[in-house]
Design a protein around this ligand. Structure first.
Ligand SMILES: CC(C)(COP(=O)(O)OP(=O)(O)OC[C@H]1O[C@@H](n2cnc3c(N)ncnc32)[C@H](O)[C@@H]1OP(=O)(O)O)[C@@H](O)C(=O)NCCC(=O)NCCS
Length: 155
């Protein structure tokens, strides 16, 4: 088994999550620098967003991260929603994301969540993630719709 430690990453340690998050969101201004990410995480934490990281022996930066929050939804009750899941390319295929998903499921139980939810893009770059989600027991339960409104920050 690949040795790893899973632990929370607070905003003050944004630099430890920067590489994995910028792999996942390379066009986000919030992943452009440690300071930008710290500012984002500080604000997002106030809105309930949390980060957990997987750490490999001898590597200070997280090799994989997951960002999540608790959401109360009329249609689903209290759920743990996963915003972000990313493993650094060199660390893929070693079970880090599976371990993070397992951790998130336990955390969901601890926080009284009835289910784990996430959205995932439909492009080829997400096929590995989709296989993983199905293997982890998640089902495809919705279509996600969005519309660009032409103002604010567009990605
Ligand atoms: C999707 C992603 C997070 C998976 O991360 P990962 O740490 O490589 O995931 P795991 O190692 O747990 O599982 C990946 C594969 O390795 C296999 N695996 C798991 N542990 C393993 C081990 N010890 N040895 C060999 N293979 C292993 C899994 O069975 C899985 O196989 P599959 O691709 O056939 O399903 C990663 O590929 C990634 O960051 N992709 C780009 C970003 C992305 O798509 N994020 C999700 C957004 S919704």
């Amino acid at each position: 088994m690949t040795p790893r430690t899973l632990r929370a990453i607070p905003p003050a340690q944004a630099d430890l999550a920067l590489a994995a998050l910028s792999d996942l969101r390379p066009h986000s201004p919030q992943t452009a620098s440690p300071d930008a990410l710290r500012a984002f995480l500080t604000q997002a934490e106030a809105e309930g967003y949390r980060l957990v990281g997987a750490f490999a022996p001898g590597q200070p930066e997280a090799v994989a991260v997951a960002g999540y929050r608790v959401m109360n939804l009329l249609y689903a009750g209290t759920v743990l929603y996963v915003d972000d899941l990313s493993t650094r390319p060199a660390a893929r295929g070693q079970g880090h994301a599976a371990a993070l998903l397992g951790w998130l499921e336990k955390e969901a139980g601890r926080l009284g969540c009835a289910a784990l939810h996430l959205d995932s893009g439909v492009g080829e770059d997400r096929f590995t993630a989709h296989r993983q989600y199905l293997k982890a027991g998640l089902n495809i339960t919705a279509h996600h719709f969005s519309k660009r409104l032409g103002h604010g920050e567009q990605r």
